[in-house]
Design a protein around this ligand. Structure first.
Ligand SMILES: Cc1ncc(COP(=O)(O)O)c(C=O)c1O
Length: 395
C-alpha cells in the first residue's frame, strides 16, 4: 500500500543478522552465530514451581493490572542485589521494571531524542541499540572501543564538536566484542562528562557472567547524575520472561514513567511475580555460578582452539565474561566472503559488518561461545581455521 508507512520505520533497514542467519538454520551447521543464552541452563523446573505457587497463593493479584514502575518487591530485590554484588546504593524509587532491557533503550530514546539528535555509539556496537536509535532518527556517531574501553581521545573530540545528548555503552563483556572497560577508562570518560547535559547509558546484561578478573566500577557509582544503568534477567534467568530494568536519576525517572505508561501501562505482572518468587525460593548465586562455569569453560576452549589453529596474523579478544569474542582477520580479508565459504564447510559466525554504523566489507567477526559444547567448539574452530588459511592465499 503506497505511502502508508512512517519515515521513522521506512528508514530502518531489515535485520541483517536475521537475513544471513536464514542460511545457518541447517542443524548440521556448527553455529557460533547466535546471540542466545544456553537454553540447557534455563531453570525450567524452578520456574514451573514458582508459577504454580504464585497462581495458587495469590493468583488474582498476579492477573490484575499493576503499576507502571513495576512490582515493588522485585524492584526491592534488584536494589538489594546491587548492594550485595557491587556495593551500589540504589533507592527502589530509581528502578523501573521494563519488558527486557531492549524496552529500556526504547523508552530512553523516546524520552531524550528528537529527530537528528546525536548519539555516541560504540564501534563495534550492539545491533539492537543501533536499531532503536535509528527508529528515533538519531544521528549515530561511532567511537571505537578496544581492550581498554572507549577511545577517550575520539570521545573528547566528538564532545567538543557536537552536542551529544546520549552515549551508549556496554562496558562489561560487550556485545559484540567481549571487551571490558578498565577502571581508568571509566574515570576518564566520567571526567569528560561531569557537569555536562549528556546521559551515559551503561547497558549491563552480562555483568554477572564474569569468569576471570575483578569487577569494575559502575558509571552509576562514578557519575550518578549522568549515568543510566540498564539490567536484565535474560542472561541470568531466561530471556523469555522478558524482564529488565532501568536505573535512572530522579529528574529522568518521572519522564520514563510517563513513557512507560504510554507504551504498555506496565510490564507483565504474572512474569514479574513468577520471577520474583523464583528469586526468593532459590539460590540464584549458585545458578549464576553454574552458568559462569559452563560459559567460562567454553570460552577457554574457544580461545585455546583459536591459538592452536588460526594463523598468527588473526587476532582475538580474550573476554573475562559474557557470551562473545571478536576476531580480527588479516587486513583485506572479507568477513562476508569468509562467511559464505564457512557455511559450505558447515560452520557459521556473524560477519562484523552489521555492528558498524557506516563501514562495510570489514575484516572482523563475532563468535558466540555460550551455545556450543567444548567438543563442538574445537571442531568448529578447526573448520573455520581451514577456511581462513585457504583465504590467506588470495590476499
Ligand atoms: C548489549 C545488550 N543489550 C540489551 C540486550 C537485550 O536484552 P533483553 O533481553 O533484556 O531485552 C542484549 C541482548 O542480547 C544485549 O546484548
Amino acid at each position: 500500500m503506497q505511502g502508508i508507512f512512517s519515515d521513522r520505520i521506512s528508514d530502518v533497514p531489515r535485520s541483517f543478522i536475521r537475513e544471513i542467519l536464514k542460511v545457518a538454520i541447517d542443524p548440521t551447521i556448527i553455529s557460533f552465530a547466535g546471540g542466545l543464552p544456553n537454553r540447557d541452563l534455563f531453570p525450567v523446573e524452578e520456574i514451573k514451581k514458582a508459577a504454580i505457587r504464585v497462581l495458587e497463593e495469590d493468583g488474582k493479584r498476579a492477573l490484575q493490572y499493576g503499576n507502571s514502575e513495576g512490582l515493588f518487591e522485585l524492584r526491592k530485590y534488584i536494589s538489594e542485589r546491587y548492594m550485595k554484588k557491587q556495593h551500589l546504593e540504589i533507592p527502589v524509587e530509581n528502578i523501573l521494571i521494563t519488558n527486557g532491557s531492549q524496552q529500556a533503550l526504547d523508552l530512553l530514546a523516546k524520552v531524550i531524542l528528537n529527530e537528528g539528535d546525536s548519539v555516541v555509539v560504540e564501534e563495534p556496537g550492539y545491533l539492537g541499540a543501533l536499531q532503536t536509535f535509528s527508529v528515533y532518527r538519531a544521528r549515530l556517531i561511532p567511537v571505537p572501543v578496544d581492550e581498554e574501553g572507549m577511545d577517550v581521545g575520539a570521545l573528547k573530540t566528538t564532545l567538543l564538536n557536537e552536542k551529544i545528548k546520549l552515549i551508549y555503552t556496554v562496558p562489561n563483556f560487550q556485545n559484540p566484542s567481549g571487551i571490558t572497560y578498565s577502571d581508568r577508562n571509566r574515570e576518564e570518560i566520567a571526567h569528560l562528562l561531569r557537569g555536562k547535559a549528556t546521559i551515559l547509558v551503561e547497558d549491563n546484561p552480562y555483568g554477572e557472567l564474569r569468569f576471570s578478573g575483578e569487577n569494575k566500577r559502575s558509571f552509576r557509582a562514578i557519575i550518578p547524575e549522568n549515568a543510566v544503568l540498564l539490567g536484565s534477567f535474560s542472561k541470568i534467568v531466561a530471556p523469555g520472561v522478558r524482564l529488565g530494568w532501568i536505573v535512572a536519576p530522579d529528574f529522568l525517572m518521572e519522564k520514563i514513567i510517563t513513557a512507560k505508561q504510554a507504551a504498555d501501562l506496565h510490564t507483565n505482572c504474572l512474569s514479574q511475580r513468577v520471577v520474583y518468587q523464583y528469586l526468593v525460593d532459590n539460590d540464584v548465586d549458585l545458578h549464576v555460578k553454574k552458568i559462569v562455569e559452563v560459559y567460562g569453560r567454553q570460552r577457554t576452549m574457544m580461545l585455546s582452539s583459536i591459538k592452536a589453529h588460526f594463523p598468527a596474523s588473526v587476532k582475538s579478544t580474550e573476554p573475562d565474561g559474557g557470551m562473545f569474542l571478536w576476531v580480527t582477520l588479516p587486513r583485506g580479508m572479507s568477513a562476508m566472503k569468509l562467511f559464505h565459504e564457512s557455511i559450505k564447510r558447515k560452520v557459521a559466525f556473524v560477519p562484523g559488518d552489521p555492528f558498524y554504523v557506516n563501514k562495510t566489507d570489514v575484516n572482523t567477526i563475532r563468535l558466540n561461545f555460550s551455545c556450543s559444547d567444548e567438543k563442538t567448539i574445537e571442531i568448529g574452530i578447526r573448520r573455520l581455521a581451514d577456511v581462513i588459511k585457504k583465504n590467506l592465499r588470495y590476499l
